[in-house]
Design a protein around this ligand. Structure first.
Ligand code: IPM
Ligand code: MN
Length: 382
């Protein structure tokens, strides 16, 4: 068993640093109580860093991420006077893209983090913001599925080309990337032992490349996971079923861009992006991040919800625990989730997105409430 773990932290832009601070404080608290040492190396990155230094992060940063036991990312994307900061306009990728995305997209691709795992889970006490008010549309037992998003290709290969009168961005689907992500999804369904079902969501009626994704899904499912039910949905139709009948789903697997959209969409059911966490996983590396962006409007105000970042930290603990057969970290993950669930159920210290502006607690207060709950739950859960 390891005596310490090395974590690279990439706080990034906007609200990234605020939520990362809270997630790391929770991590250190868990480490202190479980007597596991977490060495944190913070690396600046993002669009703001790009403006100052002409590059997205310091030289050698990728290698630092590669050498770490895990990477934690806040958010990237910076604005000046309401306009997103672009790298050199008019140049092919990555130069003409939104500045700061290299750490996200670059790490996903170069660390081969092929599965982006995005749980859609409703915790007791959480209401959904719909039509301008908070409502309890769903019960927690109706909303508990996991989106597994392919994380290295599809429309994210970045090779945009100029053509006369327009631009082309290709959609790339390969056998290798599809096989490994669908296999991951089937294994997860087996492990969850819930509905024993995987739903493949794509636009294969129109996009030829997605037809390959779907065919590989069928092939791998039938030959290697005969006990798992194969389910299919076109992306557009899925968006409405997902909102109407979340209880139909267990594990959902999708090409990259489709997975991006349906995970934001699904977050509505779990109380919004303020609670949506993700893990970018490969065979050798893991990077953990809240699904939300840098939300420049809210930056520096200590008002946003840190729970998505804290739940991403919980996913990091769980993954490190599995990978290193470290029971302390597995318990730590359950403990953090228990503390978050308790703060949500109590409903006293929550940010504006969950209770509205009048009753809202600050970002730092929510983080502190989670750390206090860790102490309260220590005898129960550890
Ligand atoms: C996400 C984000 C990213 C994506 C952006 C920041 C490039 O929306 O993690 O879902 O599109 O993958
Ligand atoms: Mn997204």
């Amino acid at each position: 068993m390891r005596d310490h773990y090395r974590i690279v932290s990439l706080p990034g832009d906007g609200i990234g640093p605020e939520v990362t601070t809270q997630a790391l404080a929770v991590l250190q608290e868990v480490g202190r109580r479980l007597q596991v040492q977490f060495e944190i190396e913070e690396i600046p990155c993002g669009g703001h860093y790009y403006l100052q230094h002409g590059r997205e992060w310091p030289e050698g940063s990728f290698e630092r991420c590669q050498a770490a036991d895990a990477v934690f990312l806040g958010a990237v994307g910076h604005e000046v006077e309401g306009k997103p900061v672009l790298t050199k306009p008019g140049q092919p990728y990555p130069e003409s893209q939104l500045a700061g995305y290299a750490p996200v997209i670059g790490n996903r691709k170069k660390l081969e983090l092929y599965a982006n795992v995005r749980p859609i889970k409703l915790y007791p006490g959480v209401r959904q913001q719909i039509g301008g008010s908070f409502q309890s549309v769903w019960r927690p037992e109706q909303v508990d599925y996991v989106i597994v998003r392919e994380n290295t290709e599809d429309a994210y290969t970045g090779e945009t080309q100029e053509i006369p009168g327009g631009r082309i961005t290709p959609i790339v689907i390969t056998r290798k990337a599809s096989e490994r992500v669908v296999r991951f999804a089937f294994r997860l369904a087996r492990q969850r032992d819930k509905l024993g079902k995987v739903t493949c969501v794509d636009k294969s009626n129109i996009i030829g490349a997605h037809r390959l994704f779907r065919d590989i899904f069928t092939e791998v499912g039938r030959s290697e996971f005969p006990e798992i039910e194969l389910d299919y949905a076109y992306f557009d139709a899925f968006c409405q079923w997902q909102l109407r009948n979340p209880d139909w789903y267990d594990v959902v697997v999708a090409p990259n861009l489709v997975g991006d959209v349906i995970s934001d969409n699904g977050s509505t059911q779990q109380g919004g992006l303020g609670l949506a966490a993700s893990a970018n996983l490969g065979d050798e590396h893991g990077m953990f991040e809240p699904i939300h962006g840098s939300a420049p409007r809210h930056a520096g105000k200590d008002e946003v919800n840190p729970l998505a970042a804290i739940l991403a930290m919980k996913m990091m603990l769980a993954w490190l625990g599995e990978r290193h057969s470290d029971e302390r970290l597995r318990r730590g993950a359950a403990w953090v989730e228990g503390a978050v669930a308790a703060v949500l159920e109590e409903g006293k210290t929550l940010s504006y997105d969950l209770v509205g502006p009048e009753r809202a607690a600050r970002c730092s207060e929510v983080g502190q409430a989670v750390r206090r709950k860790l102490a309260d739950l220590e005898t129960e859960l550890v």
